[in-house]
Each structure stands twice: as C-alpha cells, then as structure tokens.
Design a protein around this ligand. Structure first.
Ligand code: AMP
Ligand code: MG
Length: 344
C-alpha cells in the first residue's frame, strides 16, 4: 500500500474525509500528538488500526468529536453524566479525554470489550475539519507503532506507518506534545487514568474530589488489572537504556559527569548544557514542564535516529502540574528504572 502525503488544504482535508468514510486509515494532526484515525462505527476499519500499530486488541481507543453536539447526534454514550458536562464546559475543546458508559452503537473493537468509551473533543482546527469531512466520529489512538514514542510531527507518522495506512495529513508540529489527560466519570469518584496537559489540580478545581489511578505513578504488580489497559504495556521506549536519577540539579550533573564513560547521552534541561560532559538532548528549561512535555517524544525519537543504544540518564520529574504527565511517560520509557541519589 502506498501512503499518501496530504496537506492542510480544503481539497486534501476533503480527501482525508472521503478515505475515512470509506473505511480507510489516515494519520491526523491534533494538538496533543498525531492520531491514527478510522470511522469509529466501522468495526473492521477500527480493527485495521490495531493491525497497523501492532496494538494489543485489549487496549481501547479514544473517539474524537468535532463539536459537543456530536454526542447527541451520534450517540456514542448512554448518557452524559453531570461531571462530564462540567469538565466539557471547562476544558473542551482541548487535551482532556472523558470516559463514560458506552452506547450499543460503539463496536467492541473501539471499547476493547469494556462497557465504557473514551471521548475527546480536540481543539486543533484541522482535526475538527477532518472529523466533519468524514461525516462520522473518528476512533484514533496515537499514530506510532505500539511501544514507540508517540508522533508529534507528520514525519514521525510516516517513519512508523508508511506502507501500512492510506494517508498522513500534515498539520505541522503538535502543540502539547504528550497525549491527552484521561479521566473516567463512568462510576464512583472521578479518577485520572492518564495524566496529560490538563492537570489533576485543574480537574480538582472543577470537580472537587478527583482520584489518581495507581498505575499513573507505579508499576502494576503481577496480576493487578489496569483501569486503563494502555497503562500496563511497555511504552514510549527508545532503543537506548533510559535510567532516571532521583536527585537535585547539582547531584544530577555530578553523577553524569562522574559516569560519563558509561553514559551515551543525557536527557537534560537547557541550564545543564554547558555543565555536562556527555552528548545532551535538552527537553527545555528547568521546571518548565509544558516545554519539556512538548519536546519529550521528539527527543526520545532523536535518540533512535542518532543510533544511541547505550545508557541515557534523565532526571526523575516532579509529580505536580504538567510534571506528572512528563513523569508518567519518562518512567515508562525507563521501564521504571530509578537510581535514588538523594531526597528531593
Ligand atoms: P492512545 O490512543 O494511544 O492515546 O491511548 C488511549 C489510552 O486511553 C490508553 O491508555 C487506553 O487504555 C485508554 N482508554 C481508552 N478507552 C478507555 C476506556 N474505555 N477505559 C479505560 N481506558 C481507556
Ligand atoms: Mg499511544
């Protein structure tokens, strides 16, 4: 299969919509990461997403809408709980995915057999135009091969998916750079299953009580079930051996320079660049978690592009604000390997 390269022109957006309405697969830009989209109501089209990504069939997909009213129009959910309405008002369109009880219209391929479905209303104008042009709702996971870092440019999608999908529509680099925050309001106290650009603190301001699922911060124990099936898989891993250092700024620099012989590269901050004696990949300024989230996946991909396979040291991020999203991705890229140098 030849993968078409489409641009954000009205003609190409219409073409993407037509491919999707006929059951094809298109890589699409969103404000978080690139998605691999198919018609959410076409089970066999959705099944092809899993084949193209090599994604385990028990990991459900997010359904994307182009307007809040699409929920009434296409009825993907049984009802809209009050908490979901409040969240939608505060954060949609944007980087928040809300899990609700699914309707019978959602095929099992999308929900992976669960009785819930994840819904997101992206703010990216091109994403919304493509959804509208398709005349349906779009199921879309991140457009990477399963296990690899999520794609934040059309080139990343081509690198992973050429020959496996119908088209990639280039809408430029993604703003947020990490995937959406996922929260379930399907039953009980609302619970964050995956941290992202919308922070736990912001969610608590709107809903009051919000829990954070165990799997966000910790490795699941053998046999423990994941509320969000995606959390149990090895994720975001480059070929290099990523190790996180739990320590302050000075100890981080000293440790890496003392181990420079065995260190292939450092994932660091702008302020470290002149202080480290190893190849550096800066994520952004210290404490600027949004900048670091934005550059994280691109940096992990560049390690692979540059053939880095040895040990790569990174700081263990803080777990407040957008730091939690960076922590959650980096600790998976590191396979939960942390060296504790000092309390921070
Ligand atoms: P991705 O599409 O690659 O961004 O991954 C979507 C994430 O949302 C994965 O971690 C899924 O496991 C999670 N997810 C999607 N739908 C559901 C659902 N109905 N219940 C729980 N988690 C979900
Ligand atoms: Mg993904």
């Amino acid at each position: 299969m030849t993968t078409l390269s489409l641009k954000s022109t009205p003609e190409d957006i219409a073409r993407a919509g037509e491919i999707l309405s006929r059951g094809g697969l298109v890589g699409i830009p969103t404000e978080t990461v690139y998605g691999l989209a198919a018609d959410a109501f076409n089970g066999s089209a959705v099944a092809r997403i899993f084949a193209a990504k090599g994604r385990p069939m028990d990991n459900p997909l997010i359904v994307h809408i182009a307007d809040f009213d699409d929920i009434e129009r296409f009825k993907p959910v049984r009802e809209i709980p009050e908490a979901a309405r409040k969240l939608a008002e505060a954060f949609w369109p944007g980087a928040l995915t809300i899990i609700m009880k699914k309707s019978d219209r959602i095929p099992d391929e999308v929900s992976a057999g669960l009785d819930t479905v994840a819904i997101r209303f992206p703010s990216h104008p091109v994403a919304r135009e493509i959804i509208r042009a398709s005349g349906t709702l779009l199921a879309a996971p991140s457009a990477n091969r399963s296990g690899s870092p999520s794609p934040t440019t059309a080139e990343h999608v081509h690198a992973d998916m050429d020959g496996r999908i119908d088209a990639v529509l280039d809408g430029g680099a993604c703003d947020v750079g990490v995937e959406s925050t996922v929260i379930t309001v399907a039953d009980g106290v609302p619970r964050v299953l995956r941290p992202g650009g919308v922070t736990v603190e912001q969610l608590r301001e709107v809903l009051g009580e919000v829990e954070v699922d165990d799997a966000v911060l910790h490795k699941l124990a053998e046999g423990q079930t994941a509320a969000s099936p995606g959390m149990k898989y090895k994720h975001y891993a480059p070929k290099a051996h990523v190790v996180l250092l739990k320590c302050g700024d000075e100890a981080y620099i000293d440790y890496i320079n003392a181990h420079a012989k065995d260190c292939a590269a450092a994932l660091c901050c702008d302020e470290d660049l002149l202080l480290l004696n190893v190849p550096c990949y800066s994520l952004g300024s210290r404490g600027d978690w949004s900048a670091q989230a934005h550059r994280l996946f691109d940096s992990l991909r560049r390690l692979d592009e540059n053939g880095v396979t040895g040990t790569v040291y990174a700081r263990l991020p803080k777990t407040d604000g957008v730091g939690l999203a960076v922590y959650n991705r980096l600790i998976r890229a590191a396979g939960f390997e942390v060296i504790e140098l000092e309390e921070v």
